[in-house]
Design a protein around this ligand. Structure first.
Ligand SMILES: *[C@@H]1O[C@H](CO)[C@@H](O)[C@H](O)[C@H]1NC(C)=O
Ligand SMILES: *[C@@H]1O[C@H](CO)[C@@H](O)[C@H](O)[C@H]1NC(C)=O
Ligand SMILES: *[C@@H]1O[C@H](CO)[C@@H](O)[C@H](O)[C@H]1NC(C)=O
Ligand SMILES: *[C@@H]1O[C@H](CO)[C@@H](O)[C@H](O)[C@H]1NC(C)=O
Ligand SMILES: *[C@@H]1O[C@H](CO)[C@@H](O)[C@H](O)[C@H]1NC(C)=O
Length: 505
């Protein structure tokens, strides 16, 4: 081998090494570039997502809602714990005793005594309203928001949309029904709606949590009497047609449940003594563990004109039950067992009926809001998938219909699924997952309520329906109509009051 040749080979191998080195460098650079650009896309997506989609907040969540979901998650977590330990036997024959065990654990209730109140000397209690006409009860929160663009004003409510509007929320302060300036103004403005629709009933919506002004008032006869006096004066002053009591919820302790029945009895007696046709209605819980403890159903049936069952908030994000779920499922899903199979409209409403509530006094609650969740894995997005937190949409997961529309219209890769079993849609993009109700689901639920011949439908609430025209009406992919205010409530109204019987088809 000549020296020349050796030199040449050495050079050659060095060149090869360099080439190899360069190609490694190129590949590495490419990978880094890819990673960096993915990261940049992800970060900008996240920033856009967090800032612009999060940006729209269209309503404030009432504290009573937060309180309610806390209570619900308490017994749910107790249920999950007992079930995991094998301390609950929820086979079909054993449901009642399993529920009693659950109630004893989660709500601290031992036994409920028989609390029937004796009929008074005023004789039978005749409800103010007993016509065959279906009721459409709408809840309406007075315009408290500091950002006035979010507020729904009385003059923007269609007077023909609902048969009853419950206006609130009025607190009980010092055993008196307390109306602040906003509420007073609102009630004055509501009379304008009644001038246009003379059949429309306006009720004052009051109540409270398990402690506080309302709970204190209910305790004894004197304070209840004081409250009823203030109620009479409010009803008269503002020409209000009645009262809706929303106590979330009477407990099985301190005789709260008995005192609540007593309050109903005393209000009814006062109406009758004065020959008034004011209404007395009650907003009640849907989940069976609460119903069993909180209410003497027979008593409520005696004294109330009707009840509004809050058949929603069955599933929402809570640290103790971190799974996606449907806010207001119509029926149980096939794989649901035990308590889970009881968390749906059909079960709750039939349970209230079997417990002694007259069919025509049962008004079924339908939500115009949903619940948002944050998924653990964006690809695992069925009902029951793991979630880590509330979604970014809405406040504490509570999402108005307008916010859902905003989410769907301003996001990319949005998937919307309609679940036939529960008759409810959910919509998802990235890690955001929202259970909500749309025109289709509410049509399905209202039809069911109408065919089952219950007293009517309640809407919670007008404020969370799309009153600000954020939604467009779609029929598949075609824009079918000009946007309309209250699309969900209007749909319910149409289905409930249309004369075309579904039986005839
Ligand atoms: C649950 O109850 C059923 C019916 O009473 C009974 O047959 C079954 O053995 C019970 N299971 C457990 C784990 O206790
Ligand atoms: C309730 O009573 C307290 C103490 O007597 C009083 O300070 C307060 O102003 C009262 N509130 C109302 C709304 O009347
Ligand atoms: C509705 O509830 C009733 C009574 O609980 C039950 O018999 C019926 O099977 C339920 N319907 C559906 C479709 O789940
Ligand atoms: C849901 O029901 C509709 C109408 O009955 C039907 O067209 C659709 O295929 C069903 N979807 C599923 C997933 O069962
Ligand atoms: C339904 O029938 C009632 C009385 O039968 C009638 O007054 C009402 O106008 C009808 N409504 C519609 C939408 O056809």
């Amino acid at each position: 081998m000549s020296q020349q040749q050796v030199k040449y080979e050495l050079l050659e191998s060095q060149r090869e090494k360099r080439l190899k080195y360069t190609s490694y460098l190129q590949i590495t650079l490419l990978i880094v570039l890819c990673a960096a650009s993915s990261f940049i896309v992800y970060m900008s997506w996240t920033i856009i997502y967090r800032n612009s989609f999060n940006y729209i907040k269209l309503f404030d969540v009432p504290t009573l809602w937060i309180h309610r979901t806390h209570l619900y998650s308490q017994y749910l977590s107790e249920y999950l714990t007992l079930e995991a330990r094998g301390n609950l036997n929820f086979t079909t024959n054993n449901q009642d005793s399993a529920l009693r065990d659950l109630t004893r654990h989660s709500l601290g209730v031992k036994e409920l005594e028989n609390e029937r109140i004796f009929p008074s000397r005023y004789g039978n209690f005749i409800p103010s309203e007993r016509s065959g006409k279906k009721k459409l009860v709408c809840y309406y929160t007075a315009p408290y928001d500091e950002d006035s663009s979010k507020n729904l004003l009385p003059r923007d409510i269609d007077p023909h949309l609902c048969t009853h509007i419950n206006v609130g929320f009025a607190n009980v302060v010092n055993n008196t029904l307390f109306l602040d300036d906003v509420l007073r103004k609102t009630f004055v403005e509501m009379t304008a709606l009644k001038k246009i629709n003379q059949q429309l009933k306006i009720l004052i919506w009051t109540g409270g949590a398990d402690t506080g002004g309302f709970a204190d008032m209910v305790k004894d006869h004197t304070s209840r009497k004081h409250f009823i006096q203030s109620l009479k004066s409010v009803l008269e002053t503002y020409r209000i047609d009645g009262i809706d009591l929303d106590w979330e919820f009477p407990g099985g302790f301190n005789r709260q449940r008995q005192h609540f029945s007593q309050l109903l009895h005393e209000i009814r007696r006062e109406y009758q003594r004065e020959h008034r046709t004011y209404l007395l209605t009650v907003a009640v819980a849907a989940p069976r563990p609460i119903v069993d403890v909180a209410y003497d159903v027979g008593e409520i049936n005696n004294y109330a004109d009707f009840i509004n069952i809050m058949t929603y908030d069955y599933h929402f994000y809570a640290p103790s039950s971190p799974f996606t779920g449907i806010n207001a499922p119509l029926f149980a899903r096939e794989n649901e067992r035990g308590l889970m199979a009881m968390l749906n409209l059909n079960y709750s409403v039939n349970y209230w009926h079997e417990a002694g509530m007259d069919r025509d006094k049962i008004v079924i609650g339908l939500p115009t809001y949903g619940h948002s969740f944050r998924l653990v894995n964006p690809l695992n997005r069925r009902i029951g998938s793991p979630s880590t937190d509330f979604g970014s949409t809405g406040v504490l997961g509570f999402t108005s219909y307008s916010e859902v529309c905003w989410f769907q219209q301003n996001n990319i890769f949005v998937t919307t699924v309609f679940d036939n079993e529960t008759c409810s849609p959910y919509t998802t993009a990235g890690t955001e997952w929202i259970s909500y109700d749309d025109v289709q689901s509410l049509e399905c639920k209202t039809k069911w309520a109408k065919e089952s011949d219950f007293g009517g439908v309640m809407i919670y609430s007008l404020n969370t329906d799309d009153h600000g025209l954020h939604c467009r009406s779609y029929d598949g992919d075609n824009l079918v109509s000009e946007p309309q205010t209250f699309p969900l409530s209007r749909k319910i109204h149409t289905v409930l009051f249309s004369n075309i019987s579904t039986m005839e088809n």
